[in-house]
Design a protein around this ligand. Structure first.
Ligand code: URP
Ligand code: ZN
Ligand code: ZN
Ligand code: ZN
Length: 485
């Protein structure tokens, strides 16, 4: 199957140029001006639009059993939603249930994800520390194609791990050439604040935010960074939502540490006032961890993307219906944590980022695909419009408008946290694996079209870390000793 895309401007993270793109059997085989169409090729006229690498969402939870229920978008509908919004790959989290092995979790996720309509990959969560965990991590990294391990510093009594477990696991990651990730919130403090609020009869969804102030995130982010440094490991901080956490990451990077930060599109554009909405369902729909923050934090996150101290924009797509959210009607602690966004991320980020001048088009590509692919070790197969890369592309019309509404969305839930945002800049065509997956509102990709993308370990940062530690270690001074008569 051959496709030639003509008349567009290719935008990569490092340069843009007028160029045609030739695709054969799912791979980009030429990027150049004035390409002629081989016999039998389908020609797509890009009509002066931009041609971007397909979005990669490095943080989703499809069909996740969590807080007494299962997230509403499964791999089929979650990935179809992704394609409608120009995202051609997601990375989901295998999360072993308490006492369950990583192998079992991996098999469960491989099974659930057979329905995926776009490409996908996995991170593995470390939810406890035993000899089995230590041993299994090697198989996960070397044979399952998973080079990232996620740690929850929150959700006390459920998924949370302690500092000794973090240090053990980060050290193991360093030995394996894998990258540890953290959900950075101080779970012990959150637990106490929740108890205090509930004790005062404060049961509404706004208390979710009050029990998770920025300090619990700033503290945990800083702690994880220091533990990773002591373990000789780089670190990836998921859903960085506040100034305190961003500053910890920026400080670490300025000190030469290899630390990455991932703000979510929700935290970039929505603020804490959402929880003060008098409609319980409205406020509960927006309950996620970390919570939406007062507005000043958004400025910090945007500045991080602009300056490069934050590298990635994700969604943490973990959607629950209104009815599911009502599990916490009388107790905010029981509201399933999570919001959607996989369909909206690119449109909202373009509108609020590129159209305001906060991001260039190239920076947009960096934070929605290229940086992610590089950090996760799948670049340039993914995240680039280049010869040899997978033909996962978006023909992006910077003038196309769309107002976000739950009524028109592909996600299975009955609201959208971005409802009413008027976007300018939207996909015209999404190509996934060299095929048209979505065009002008028509979804063509089918359940099962996606492939699992294995991601091998990437020891380079670890080798650099340990080489530098050795190089800069204190050494005894060799000197001639005075002769004592
Ligand atoms: O509230 C959230 N973020 N739900 C999904 C699980 C997680 O913490 O990432
Ligand atoms: Zn199966
Ligand atoms: Zn999390
Ligand atoms: Zn998450």
């Amino acid at each position: 199957m051959t496709i030639l895309i003509r008349g567009g401007t290719v935008i990569n993270h490092d340069h843009s140029r007028r160029a045609d793109v030739l695709i054969e059997d799912g791979t980009i085989v030429a990027v150049a001006e004035g390409l002629s169409a081989p016999a039998g090729a389908q020609v797509i006229d890009a009509g002066g639009c931009d041609i971007l690498p397909g979005g990669i969402d490095p943080h989703t939870h499809m069909e996740l059993m969590f807080m007494g229920t299962v997230s509403a978008d499964d791999f089929e509908w979650g990935t179809k939603a992704a394609l409608c919004g120009g995202t051609t790959m997601i990375v989901d989290f295998c999360i072993p249930a308490p006492g369950e092995s990583m192998l079992k979790a991996y098999q469960d996720w491989r099974h659930k994800s057979e329905k995926a309509a776009c490409d996908y990959s996995f991170h593995m969560a470390v939810t406890s520390w035993t000899k089995e965990t230590h041993d299994d991590m090697e198989a996960v990294a070397k044979t399952y194609g998973i080079n990232t391990f996620k740690h929850f510093m929150a959700y006390k009594g459920a998924l949370m791990v302690n500092d000794d477990e973090l240090f053990n696991s980060f050290s193991r990651c360093a030995a394996l050439g894998a990258l540890p990730m953290v959900h950075a919130e101080n779970g012990d403090v959150v637990f106490r604040l929740q108890e205090t609020l509930m004790g005062k009869g404060a049961t509404g969804p706004e208390n979710h935010a009050y029990s998770r102030p920025p300090e619990v995130e700033g503290e945990a982010t800083n702690r994880a960074i220091m533990i990773a440094d002591m373990a000789g490991s780089p670190l990836y901080v998921v859903h960085t939502s506040c100034r305190e956490a961003h500053e910890a990451i920026a400080r670490a990077r300025a000190a030469g540490k290899r630390v990455y930060g991932e703000p979510l599109i929700q935290h970039l554009v929505l603020d804490e006032d959402e929880y003060r909405n008098p409609d319980w369902d409205y406020a509960a729909a927006r309950v996620m961890s970390p919570p939406f923050r007062p507005r000043k934090h958004q400025d910090s996150l945007w500045a991080g993307l602009q300056s490069g101290s934050l590298q990635v924009v994700a969604t943490d797509h973990c959607s629950f219906t209104r009815e599911q959210k009502r599990l916490g009607l009388n107790d905010f602690r029981m509201i399933p944590n999570g919001t959607g966004g996989v369909e909206d991320r690119l449109l909202v980020l373009w509108t609020k980022g590129v159209n305001t001048g906060r991001l260039t088009k190239e920076e947009f590509v960096a934070v929605t695909s290229a940086n992610i692919a590089r950090i996760l070790n799948i670049y340039p197969r993914k995240g680039a419009v280049a010869v040899g890369s997978d033909a996962d592309l978006v023909i992006w019309d910077p003038a196309r408008t769309k107002t976000i509404s739950a009524k028109a969305q592909t996600s299975r839930i009955d609201y959208n946290v971005f409802e009413g945002i008027a976007c300018t800049g939207a996909p015209r065509i999404t190509l996934s694996g060299g095929r048209i997956a979505w065009q002008d509102g028509e979804l063509r990709a089918e359940k099962g079209d996606g492939q699992f993308i294995a991601r091998p370990p990437f020891p380079a940062s670890h080798v650099a870390n340990s080489t530098w530690k050795e190089f800069s270690a204190p050494r005894p001074v060799s000197r001639s000793m005075p002769v004592v008569p």
